[in-house]
Design a protein around this ligand. Structure first.
Ligand code: PLP
Length: 454
């Protein structure tokens, strides 16, 4: 990894001819130096400076090309610079970027209709990010719980929220309160009260903790940050039944796994029942920040003007882009592509597993896979970067693959070939604590795991 000195040296590297207003090398390099000096140090960033992308490829400031199997952490479902997205942004930014939610705009209603059609739910609220949409969903759950308790003249509050161990829902206080990872939570305690964690996919634990005081159970249909762990059918259906029985809402966090990534519009569509609330964000507006809470009419009936709101959420340009994104997914039959490429990827990864004994397990489907290793993943991420492959590592031992929905058969083949080389040639770091109960990654692997930390 180049240090600040090398980055400065890069400033002298001539870039040849460049059209349009792309940043000149000197300003690009100083941008990195300024970032390191002035930004809050919240990320362990790679020193690679990405400057542009096209389809499933991105390019750095030296012109080096990378095959992008990280997809901006599940955001860039269409890859980069999709011509229809570029055209929509150009057209709509010249018309109106923002009015306010005091007025209707042309695109919010049609976008809400399309999301309702995709999800099987009825109504939508637009937010600006995943975490913010999760906070809104939790507020809706508390609203329903309060109304249910009042209508039944219950003396006990109906405010408890059941969340899952190993979950990740975001960084704002509400979302953080239902996020299990202690290192994210502990520095900010006390968090929102009333949250209890259930062992993921443990039906007995869920049953033991569910009662009339629960207003919501929140589940990532596939845990993403936690290492690509799908919720089991048994657990989902039991959560659905218990929520119905106790008058609580079932919230599906589909921020990472939703909107086509699994080869279905929503990951929960493999089950026979629906959630009361589904939350989406990441790919929704093709890289622009947009989240959405989708819910049924029963929950929506509890909402009245003034109870929730946002300044930016659902502006005309961003909704036009999101509508275009969903239309492109339909027009280009990308869900079918995700399914087909996902099967090829799974078959290839299974072969790699047979070849490399340090691959413990392959989890996931479609364009969402976790490759769990018995050795630290960070060095593999760094080696992949050197070879022109963008991947990341989550929970220290799981390589996460989130390719765009537009990935081609040839690109899957190319990835598998390169990944095999990465797996073969990267030195393996067996965790120091292998002999003890807890796995602790080495400092080398930790710092190499660029972009793994959020
Ligand atoms: N929920 C899940 C499942 C996520 O993967 C993420 C982000 O990674 C979030 C919520 C938070 O979304 P955002 O980063 O847009 O706030």
């Amino acid at each position: 990894m180049p240090g600040a000195k090398q980055i400065r040296r890069r400033a002298g590297v001539s870039r040849g001819t460049r059209k349009r207003s792309a940043p000149k090398p000197a300003s690009l390099s100083s941008a990195v130096i300024l970032a390191e000096q002035y930004l809050l140090p919240t990320y362990k960033r790679s020193q690679t400076v990405l400057t542009r992308g096209r389809g499933a490829h991105v390019f750095d400031d030296t012109g080096k090309k990378y095959l992008d199997f990280l997809g901006g952490i599940a955001v860039n479902a269409l890859g980069h610079a999709h011509p229809r997205i570029v055209k929509t942004i150009r057209r709509e930014s010249a018309r109106a970027i923002h009015f306010s939610n005091l007025f209707h705009n042309e695109f919010q209603g049609p976008l809400a209709q399309k999301l309702a059609q995709w999800s099987g739910l009825d109504r939508v609220f637009f937010a600006n990010s995943g975490t913010e949409a999760i906070d809104g969903a939790l507020k809706l759950a508390r609203l329903c719980g309060r109304a249910a308790a009042e209508s039944q003249e219950k003396t006990q509050a109906k405010t408890r929220i059941l969340a899952m161990q190993n979950s990740f829902h975001g960084r704002t206080f509400g979302a953080l309160s239902v996020t299990a990872t202690e290192k994210y939570r502990q520095p900010f305690a006390p968090l929102v009260p009333g949250v209890e964690f259930v062992a993921f996919n443990d039906v007995a634990d869920l049953e033991a903790k569910f009662d009339e005081t629960v207003c919501a159970v929140i589940v990532e249909t596939i845990q993403g940050e936690g290492g690509i762990y799908p919720v089991s059918t048994e657990f989902w259906e039991r959560a659905r039944a218990l929520a119905t029985q106790h008058g609580a809402v079932l919230i599906a966090d589909e921020i990472q796994c939703g909107l086509g990534r699994t080869g279905r519009e929503f990951a929960y569509q493999k089950f026979s029942s629906k959630p009361d609330i589904a939350v989406v964000a990441k790919p929704l507006a093709a890289g622009l920040p947009l989240g959405a809470i989708l819910t049924n009419n029963a929950v929506a009936a509890r909402v009245s003007p003034g109870l929730h709101g946002t300044t930016f959420g659902g502006g005309p340009m961003i909704c036009a882009v999101a509508l275009e994104f969903l239309q492109i997914v339909e027009d280009e039959k990308l869900i079918e592509n995700v399914r087909a490429r996902g099967e090829e990827l799974r078959a290839g990864l299974d072969k790699l597993r047979a070849k490399h004994d340090f691959i413990k397990e392959i989890r996931g489907e479609g364009c969402m896979f976790g490759v769990e290793l018995s050795v630290e993943g960070g060095l593999f991420v760094a080696e992949a970067l050197k070879r022109g492959l963008l991947i990341n590592c989550t929970h220290d031992f799981t390589i996460r693959l989130l390719p765009p929905f537009v990935i081609t058969k040839a690109q899957v083949r190319e990835f598998l070939g390169q990944f095999d080389k990465v797996l073969s040639e990267t030195p393996r770091v067996v965790p120091a604590a292998e002999t003890s109960a807890k796995k602790t990654p080495s400092p080398a692997a930790r710092s190499a795991a660029s972009a793994a930390s959020r």
